[in-house]
Design a protein around this ligand. Structure first.
Ligand SMILES: NC(=O)C1=CN([C@@H]2O[C@H](COP(=O)(O)OP(=O)(O)OC[C@H]3O[C@@H](n4cnc5c(N)ncnc54)[C@H](OP(=O)(O)O)[C@@H]3O)[C@@H](O)[C@H]2O)[C@@H](O)CC1
Ligand SMILES: [K+]
Length: 523
């Protein structure tokens, strides 16, 4: 599913009207109608139902006027509380304000004070205060109105986006409405799918409002990874495939106390469909990993009494990497100076597509410019916000404040593919392309989940997926496996090996035709 910023949606609106001759008032009619349909579907129709529409003076309010008119025709009582003088309403919104029966609209430029009882008596409150036109922090009467709506205890349906959410980032601009359902128009906005906006919006429905297809197709946006997008990436496996044709991955991982990271990365690569996995570990750890893993082939590296990789392991590792389809570097490596040195040497010497995670990233953070020496070879980094902050030399809050910007900046600057992990992981390509992952749940906030993701992405690279496809499908599959686990056992107590073991089921669900309507509801 494509998602766009609020500004892009506003320019799409202008293009549809200016270049394609679609009247703005027709777009508004369809937008209001889609909201009214969603409300009817959720609450039914007929007498005894009351929708209180809290409207601003812009076109978001205009949609609210249409909703009032349509619900009234369906037997609802649908009063509009307009936070402006009627003369302040202009354009298409004014046309629809005119169409309302007298007595339906109460003009309240001073705010909602005194309207609390009416609002509390509603079946549903419709939030039509602010949409994509929000241009500053919300205060004054709009801010107070948001507080009243949030305190009323009645289900709220947000028009386009909860008022107060920045459509381009999902940030709360001062304060924002909390809705049960959001009906967004033409395409979802970034603020509908990124936290905290996505959580405040509740369930999201994206309604077709008759935006010309060319306008939709040509709008610059990014991909929101849902089941449909994942299905579009997965390739069928040949019925005559053999282990050699499904990719041979090399995992370089492990140090004392971190054998689990190595085992999970290797096992997850197998669970994500790798044909063969070789696991290179410091020699002293080999007996542990021999017994921890079954299908993966372990390769002891370096002196028998060493529990971490030494710089001198370069030659041995390059020779085992020869002919491998993908290499995963980093899980549980530790940060011993000789290991860091080894990672630097491997960065410039390894030819195979390379996934770098965890301590591998910590080593890269010391000298990120080494990534540029991999030019022409494929490199994919999977940092969490802490690792991203170290890579960029900024603070974690700075990363969290602009996750898309940070991921895009690093990926383009160092010509790598990058997955910035966290709720709604961001995938960035060296050309600046962005995807946002839609799967996953809070049960994944435990140790080892990153090792599983590394294995999954390495397996997909090894099977020949393009790195941007491997990263997008990898993060979706990883989160989707966790979602399947959560359906069965809930999110508390979920561990990384649960997700690892659910990977085949997730892959199967994505490759077998799904029953029921695909629909446009994403959560
Ligand atoms: N795009 C489409 O395809 C379609 C879009 N449609 C709908 O139009 C919506 C966009 O409408 P829009 O552009 O009129 O902006 P909107 O969100 O109503 O707000 C602007 C008003 O709010 C004000 N204002 C701004 N910030 C504020 C603040 N912090 N605190 C207080 N006030 C603030 C600002 O006032 P100003 O600052 O300019 O004086 C201005 O008056 C979109 O979300 C969708 O619902 C559909 O009808 C059909 C198809
Ligand atoms: K709104």
């Amino acid at each position: 599913m494509k998602v766009v910023t609020g500004q892009v949606m506003q320019s799409m609106d202008k293009r549809a009207i200016g270049e394609f001759g679609v009247p703005g008032v027709a777009l508004m009619e369809r937008a209001g109608c889609a909201c009214a349909d969603a409300i009817s579907k959720r609450f039914g129709d007929g007498a005894g139902r009351k929708a209180v529409i809290v409207a601003g003076k812009g076109n978001n309010g205009g949609d609210g006027f249409v909703i009032s008119r349509i619900l009234s025709q369906r037997g609802w009582e649908a009063p509009v509380l307009l936070l402006a003088a009627p003369q302040a309403v202009t354009g298409d919104a004014a046309v629809n304000l005119e169409r309302l029966d007298s007595g339906v609209v109460t003009s309240l430029p001073q705010g909602l004070a005194g309207q609390e009882e009416l609002i509390k008596s509603a079946t549903v409150v419709v939030d039509a205060l602010l949409g994509t036109g929000i241009n500053s922090e919300v205060g004054g009467v709009y801010g107070e109105a948001i507080d009243v709506v949030n305190a009323c205890g009645v289900p709220v349906v947000a028009v386009d986006i909860p008022s107060g959410i920045d459509a381009g980032s999902g940030r709360v601009l001062g304060r924002a409405v909390r809705a049960e359902l959001t009906v967004s128009f033409a395409l979802a906005k970034l603020g509908n799918v990124l936290y905290p906006g996505t959580e405040l919006g509740g369930r999201l429905v994206v309604a077709d409002i008759g935006m010309p297809q060319a306008v939709v197709d040509e709008a610059p946006g990014c991909e929101f990874m849902d089941r449909e997008s994942a299905r579009a990436i997965i390739r069928p496996r040949s019925v005559i495939a053999h282990k050699g044709s499904n990719g041979h991955c090399l995992v370089i991982a492990g140090s004392a106390g971190k054998t689990g990271a190595a085992a999970m990365a290797a096992q997850s690569a197998l669970r994500a469909g790798a044909g063969l996995v070789s696991l290179a570990v410091p020699a002293a750890l080999n007996p542990v990993l021999e017994s921890k893993t079954t299908e993966a082939m372990t390769i002891p590296i370096g002196p028998e009494d060493k529990w971490h990789f030494l710089a001198g392991a370069l030659g041995e590792l390059l020779s085992v990497a020869k002919g491998k389809d993908a290499v995963a570097l980093g899980p549980g490596l530790g940060t011993a100076p000789s290991t860091v040195y080894l990672v630097h040497s491997l960065l410039t010497a390894l030819d195979a597509p390379l996934v770098i995670d965890a301590d591998g990233l910590n080593a890269v953070a010391v000298a990120p410019e080494l990534l540029l020496r991999r030019r022409g070879r494929l490199t994919l980094l999977t940092p969490h916000p802490g690792e991203m902050a170290r890579l960029m030399g900024v603070s974690v809050p700075e990363v969290e404040a602009d996750r898309i910007g940070c991921a895009r900046d690093f990926a383009t600057r160092f010509q790598v593919y990058l997955v910035l992990k966290g709720a709604r992981s961001i995938v960035a390509g060296p050309d600046g392309a962005i995807a946002i992952n839609g799967s996953g749940n809070p049960g994944m906030a435990t140790g080892g989940m990153g090792d599983v993701l590394t294995g999954v992405i390495a397996a997909l690279l090894g099977q020949g997926y393009h790195p941007f496809a491997a990263a997008r499908l990898g993060v979706f599959l990883h989160g989707y496996a966790a979602d399947l686990m959560a359906e069965e056992t809930g999110t508390r107590g979920m561990v990384a090996t649960d997700v690892q073991e659910a990977l085949p089921r997730a892959l199967q669900r994505l490759t077998v035709a799904e029953g029921g309507a695909a629909g446009t509801s994403i959560n």
